[in-house]
Design a protein around this ligand. Structure first.
Ligand code: HEM
Length: 459
């Protein structure tokens, strides 16, 4: 990869094209990116600075590493950008036109339909369900055993998303969903380094697994929707809102639209939160002093009773731990856009069609904004520190109109689950080698998070 990271032009004045790796003919930087995607982007940032240009096959792309430029794309000039087709065209079969990928008027209409299910007042009502399902999980844990905390978090957050948003139980589907997501992740990773799109119907082994995985997810979602259609009525959840919604001309959402929104919410709504918790558990197992302070806070505020929504305002260190874990390991580590008109960013002219990458993984580790950036220091998140931080130096949930709709849901869920776990258990690292992040659509812990459980003395 090093050989390819040479400047392709000395910057003319005024600069028209940002500096960046030259890459290979035809492929551009696809192979470098595909072989070490987590290394490729930071190396580009380190070598070329705040705006880095490269090519992904025939797609011109830039990586933005300054918070002001991110703010320009996400907020000030957001209408000049859409979700990046370089990535999303590869996974249309999964997300369809759900909220994550939709654009324009249709996106806005659907965002408005979904919004009430994520309003603060509504989200607070989900707290009891979150704690109840966590408590059921903890009842199955045995002190002394080694568990893959990541698998547990995936299963728990899936059950929480299904119950709160769809009033559905997915007990029997957890393993199928997990296998499906693994197959999809593997295929998406392979697609990152292809210069062209191979249609899903071409029977490559990866495609066969991908299509099968997709069918498994669709079966689960279709069943949830069909059950509700058999027993309609407003349950005040997301599915009720989607099923009651009408367009201006009186049409309800079609079955396909319902399917797209439901699949999107179920996928976007559980793995990311599971990852925030998995990385948190990993970090706690490595930092006993943080764990002790956390345990002290949880016992002081909650004692032995169940956590409730009202506790969150006082669980400040608990919240800081989640924020700091997502700084070091942002579940959505790469966010993309595509310019729909010529634009100027960071002093450079970028043509319409340029793919724009923004990486919380890089920004969150930038020493310009975070002292000692590689250290896990939840205490750094004082109100003063937060106030002086540039708006997009920390962006685990993105920003602007396309900010994560589940931000409040996820933050509450993560804090409640963490508090409930720490009340009863301490985590000791149970692996035989250091954990490695593996990046696809999300940032996953390779091989999971093996931890030995210890009962808290005061639990
Ligand atoms: C720690 C947990 C989470 C993280 C880190 C996260 C991260 C993100 C990010 C970065 C985006 C913006 C993507 C972009 O701008 O292209 C996003 C969008 C979205 N997220 Fe989340 N998310 C989390 C939890 C959730 C939850 C719990 C839900 C739903 C229950 C959810 C549903 C969505 C949806 C539907 C969008 C698209 C919103 C739109 O474009 O209008 N996310 N998320």
């Amino acid at each position: 990869m090093d050989t390819d990271l040479s400047l392709h032009a000395s910057a003319p004045s005024p600069p028209t094209s940002p500096p960046g790796p030259k890459g290979l003919p035809v492929l551009g930087s696809l192979l470098d990116m595909g072989s070490d995607i987590l290394g490729f982007f930071p190396k580009c940032a380190e070598r070329y600075g705040d705006v880095v240009a490269f090519r992904l096959g025939s797609w011109p792309a830039v990586l933005l590493n300054h918070p002001d430029d991110v703010e320009h794309v996400f907020v000030d000039a957001h209408e000049d950008f859409i979700k990046n087709r370089f990535f999303w065209r590869q996974v249309t079969a999964i997300f369809g036109k759900g909220l994550l990928t939709n654009e324009g008027e249709d996106w806005l209409r659907h965002r408005r339909i979904a919004a009430p299910a994520f309003a603060t007042r509504r989200v607070n009502d989900y707290a009891d369900t979150m704690v109840q399902l966590t408590s059921e999980m903890l009842d199955t844990w045995t002190p002394g055993e080694v568990r893959n905390a990541h698998a547990d978090m995936m299963s728990l957050t899936l059950r929480i998303a299904a119950k709160t948003l769809f009033d559905a139980s997915v007990e029997a589907d957890v393993a199928a969903m997990d296998n499906a997501l693994n197959d999809i992740t593997r295929e998406i990773t392979a697609r990152f380094s292809r210069p062209f799109v191979i249609p899903d119907r071409v029977p490559l082994p990866g495609h066969v697994r991908y299509n099968r995985a997709l069918r498994r997810i669709e079966t689960i979602v279709t069943r949830i929707i069909a059950e509700r259609q058999r027993h309609p009525g407003d349950r005040g959840d997301l599915l009720s809102a989607l099923m009651r919604a009408h367009y201006d001309d009186g049409r309800p959402l079609s079955d396909k639209q319902l399917r797209d929104e439901a699949v999107t919410m179920l996928l976007a709504g559980h793995e990311t939160t599971a990852l925030a918790l998995s990385w948190t558990v990993h970090l706690l197992s490595q930092h006993p002093s943080v764990d002790e302070r956390l345990s002290a806070e949880v016992h002081r505020i909650i004692g032995k009773r169940r956590p409730v929504f009202e506790d969150l305002a006082e669980l400040t260190y608990t919240g800081q731990i989640i924020i700091e874990a997502m700084r070091l390991y942002p579940p959505a580590w790469l966010i993309g856009r595509e310019a729909v008109k010529d634009c100027e960013i960071g002093g450079y002219h970028l043509p319409s069609g340029t793919t724009i990458f923004v990486s919380p993984w890089i920004m969150h580790r930038d020493p310009r904004f975070f002292d000692d950036p590689l250290s896990f220091r939840p205490g750094r998140w004082t109100p003063e520190f937060t106030r002086q931080l540039p708006r997009f130096a920390y962006m685990p949930f993105g920003g602007g109109p396309r900010i994560c709709i589940g931000k409040a849901f996820a933050l509450m869920e993560a804090s409640l689950i963490l508090a409930a776990m720490v009340q009863r258990f301490r985590f000791q690292w149970g692996g035989d080698r250091p954990i490695k992040p593996s990046a696809s659509i999300t940032l996953r812990p390779k091989g999971g998070v093996p931890v030995r459980l210890h009962e808290r003395e005061n639990s």
